[in-house]
Design a protein around this ligand. Structure first.
Ligand code: S3P
Length: 173
């Protein structure tokens, strides 16, 4: 069993992923954390020293490696992972994978990302909540095409991590 969590920045992929893996007694993998470990840099450092194209190439390479693992796991992707190259195709063509889109509304994403934007190079320079909201609206619209190709969708709005885990487990049954 391989569960892959998909969703926009701030949708809770990592915190839900950790709790879900514990609940299912399987390993938790975080794609961004793997990339950082291989590069020995933070995500903002990779973007500023190597650029986004390098990051996207590395992201695709590490995803492919993780999909080739035999063991069961919960894997949280980065917000952009399904939207580049053949990543979503690869996810869909890998045996035993269930992909789950954690769907979060614009206003909740904005509230979360206002306080967490410094660790995210794509939004760290957006100065006001209005500019941030405008960016998320357009970006989310473009990305939804890819997110919607997930096997399952779970709405996360106003739910705690435990409640989202419960919903995910229910939707897997
Ligand atoms: C990105 C999302 C980030 C990280 C990188 C790019 C994106 O992951 O992979 O900053 O393109 O949406 P999170 O979704 O965990 O913030």
């Amino acid at each position: 069993m391989k569960i892959i969590l998909i969703g926009y920045m701030g949708s809770g992929k990592s915190s839900v992923g950790k709790a879900l893996a514990t609940h299912l007694s399987v390993k938790f993998l975080d794609l961004d954390a793997k990339i950082c470990a291989e590069e020995n840099k933070t995500i903002p450092e990779i973007f500023s020293t190597n650029g986004e194209i390098y990051f996207r190439r590395k992201e695709a390479e590490v995803l492919k490696k993780l999909l080739e693992r035999e063991e069961s796991y919960v894997l949280s992707l980065g917000g952009g992972t399904p939207c580049y190259g053949k990543n979503m195709q690869l996810i869909k063509n890998t045996a035993s994978v269930t992909s789950i889109y954690l769907k979060t509304g614009l206003l909740q994403l904005k509230e979360r990302l206002i306080v967490e934007k410094d660790s995210r190079p794509l939004i760290q320079d957006l100065k006001t909540p209005e500019v941030l909201e405008d960016y998320i609206r357009k970006h989310l619209f473009e990305r939804t095409f890819y997110y919607n190709q997930s096997d399952l969708t779970v709405l996360t709005d106003s739910k705690s991590v435990e409640e989202v885990v419960h919903k995910v487990v229910e939707s897997l049954d």
